[in-house]
Ligand binder design. Structure first.
Ligand code: DOR
Length: 445
């Protein structure tokens, strides 16, 4: 029986912060208490007062396998994820081929079982003609159905009205949507092209992929969900205008929930000047006022979860004009540290951070036995050290694309250790390549 005892931790869990020891046996939390120091264990880690929190469960990543593995793959990006304190991930279907049927879904799960360093699930993708596959998926078989209600990387736009109706009426799984109204975006693009030709400045991105485009599409998603009583999760909100579509309150009480992403909470449109196409993503990073409103909505529980939308592209691909540069940022390795900046700035409490990155994600998707530090649950934990500002440096980056939008910035929180199913998956700069995650399981109603 393998066991691990973590002593002297500053635990943040279920709305409380307290000193504790944690005993882990056979991958699960055996005990949490103040008096476990004498307990026998194969290994003891002295947390020496550092923070210990449940591992982040990231409900939106693009790991690019199969088909786009020159950018990233499940092994490389899950290594970066555990280095960033992400112990479970849910991966998106815009791979090559896209994940549009149950066979491809199971192929991805099988691949992850071989190589993923963190726990995993995969979305089934929607298209204008795969409603049969969506109807056939079993409740609990994976995390959800992803619907691109706006076109983005990969060709997965679902814009057929009858198909959207059918998905919202019949999906046995949570429906996760990318909401941007493509006709509005195309009209905006045409207007900017008429003025600038191919040399449209990157600062136009949030005006082309505009707040109106977001609001129009997310309004439609919410309207469809209400009409069909569907379980809707709107991904990566970026605007203040959309927030009124969502209600404050615990995610367990909601049929319609919302996500914000770390980059939309960290960057705003003033950063295009320095970062250029490196921070081009869909939906676009918008104004400082939008950013502040998103952060406030996280604290009032109008936004339920925080994710990364980790979307790696090569620097060589990013080094292009506005229209050619692909949208998306590699984020998993610095997501939690960047969120701690909001805590240290006083904009988010520690317990809120833990709720939005772990507890509420588990609740939102009905993930079994994870997302909380509870006796009997799987031991997915992260130890964090707060200290002096440290620059994010290229040499430490583990994502295959080898760059980060946080380079040139300093962060004060550092992931010291990540534990996945009771095994040390990452410790002081080293990924343990022997560790494999498990398939996430979902409680079915
Ligand atoms: O910026 C983005 N990148 N947004 C998406 O919706 C897709 C993603 C990607 O896969 O590159």
């Amino acid at each position: 029986m393998s066991s691990l005892l973590i002593t002297n931790a500053d635990l943040v869990n279920e709305g409380r912060r307290f000193e504790a020891d944690v005993l882990i046996e056979n991958g699960r939390i055996a005990a949490i208490g103040s008096d476990l120091q004498g307990r026998a264990a194969t290994r003891v880690i002295d947390a020496a007062g550092r923070l210990l929190i449940p591992g982040m469960i990231d409900d939106q990543v693009h790991f690019r396998e199969p088909g786009l593995t020159h950018k990233a793959d499940i092994a490389s990006e899950s290594r970066a994820a555990v280095a960033g304190g992400i112990t479970s991930f849910m991966e998106m279907p815009n791979t090559l081929p896209p994940t549009l049927d149950l066979e491809r879904l199971e192929t991805k799960h099988a691949r992850a079982a071989q190589v993923a360093r963190a726990n995993y699930s995969f979305y089934l993708g929607a298209s204008n003609d795969n409603i049969a596959a969506i109807r056939a998926v079993k409740s609990g078989q994976c995390c959800g159905v992803k619907v691109f209600m706006g076109a983005s990387t990969g060709n997965m736009l679902v814009d057929d009205e009858a198909t959207l109706e059918a998905i919202f009426r019949d999906s046995p799984l949570l429906i996760a949507t990318h909401c941007e109204h493509t006709p509005t975006i195309l009209a905006n693009e045409a207007a900017w092209r008429a003025r600038y030709g191919e040399d449209v400045p990157i600062a136009a991105h949030p005006l082309i992929r505009s707040a109106e485009a977001c609001l129009q599409s997310s309004s439609l998603a919410v309207e469809l969900a209400r009409r069909h009583d569907a379980r809707l999760h709107v991904l990566h909100l970026t605007t203040a205008a959309e927030l009124d579509l969502f209600t404050p309150g615990p995610v367990t009480s909601k049929r319609i929930s919302a996500e914000a992403c770390v980059h939309h909470l960290y960057f705003d449109d003033r950063d295009y000047e320095e970062k250029g196409t490196l921070i081009k993503c869909n939906p676009a990073i918008k104004t400082a006022a939008d950013r502040a409103a998103l952060l406030a909505a996280v604290t009032t529980d109008r936004i339920d979860v925080i994710a990364t939308d980790h979307a790696p592209h090569l620097l060589a691909e990013k080094d292009a004009g506005y229209f050619q540069a692909p949208a998306g940022l590699p984020l998993v390795q610095h997501a939690l540290p960047s969120l701690f900046e909001h805590v240290l700035n006083g904009d988010l409490s520690l317990t809120q951070l833990v709720t939005k990155t772990s507890h509420a994600v588990a609740d939102c998707f009905g993930i079994s036995e994870r997302g909380y530090l509870r006796e009997g649950y799987w031991a997915d934990l992260v130890m964090i050290e707060l200290g002096e500002p440290r620059p994010v440096e290229r040499r430490e980056i583990l994502a295959k694309c080898g760059w980060s939008p946080f380079e040139g910035r300093t962060l004060r929180a550092r992931v010291v250790t990540s534990i996945v199913n009771g095994q040390v998956a990452y410790e002081r700069g080293q990924v343990n390549d022997h560790v494999r995650g498990q398939r996430l399981e979902f409680a079915t109603a």
